[in-house]
Design a protein around this ligand. Sequence first.
Ligand code: FE2
Length: 279
Amino acid sequence: MVTNPLLFTDIHCHIIPCIDDGAKNIAESILMANKAVLEGTKALIATPHQLGSNSRVTADAIKNGVALLRDQLNSQDIELTILPGADVRIDPELPKLLKQGKVLTLADRDKHVLLELPHDTYYPIDQLLKSLRKQGLVGILSHPERNRGIIKNPDVMWDVIEAGGLLQITAASLTGVFGSSCQEIAELAVDEGLIHFIASDAHDTKHRPFGMQEAFNTICDMAGEKLADLVCCENPARVFEGDDVKGGLVVKTARRSTQKRAKKTNKQNKGFRFGWFGR
Ligand SMILES: [Fe+2]
């Protein structure tokens, strides 16, 4: 096991209280923050859902929630830097809403947008990525490995990358928490270099925890520490700072050990967990 002290940046996390289906109150947010720090996360982008069934969530509400949480973290000496962002359901109006400042970019840097497809289907996002690019923005598709359309046809992950998009795999997918189908696509992403970020998409400390350290160790085991460092630390930190992230296929340096991985898979987690697809 590789221990990576306090180096992760998490670009996708539902830690703001009472705004979406993430933390239910400030106490849970503090618990989550403590857990993130314990697992080695130094910075995170709070990304409540926006648009879709969360169209009531405003950019101001997210920024206010981050300010409130920051105050609490400071008063309790919890060393976690938090910036505002959003987990944005894809919508035809998205480019316009971003221009108007009604939807947040990651870290509010006007550089990267975290894009979420409906969980049960895939449709091409080339045109959206193109529109965003015209506005100087890069789209990051969140958890493709948990989208049922992509699970059926993983080839479209290459299409997203060819269209200039970046891919974010959820930490817990790699360790089998979402079932074997998601885990297989997550592993395919690592094997084929279809991964630019690992993020937690944490919603709480029990059912949807962080898992960054475990995912980091898994990627070290599968493909080497260099790739693990790139997708868990370096690239996410670049998004946090508003810097460019290299697109295209990611080159890895080591082959995975399939046997070792198979042993780690939790048999109870085989198959889909449909209840989690909507979160
Ligand atoms: Fe999310």
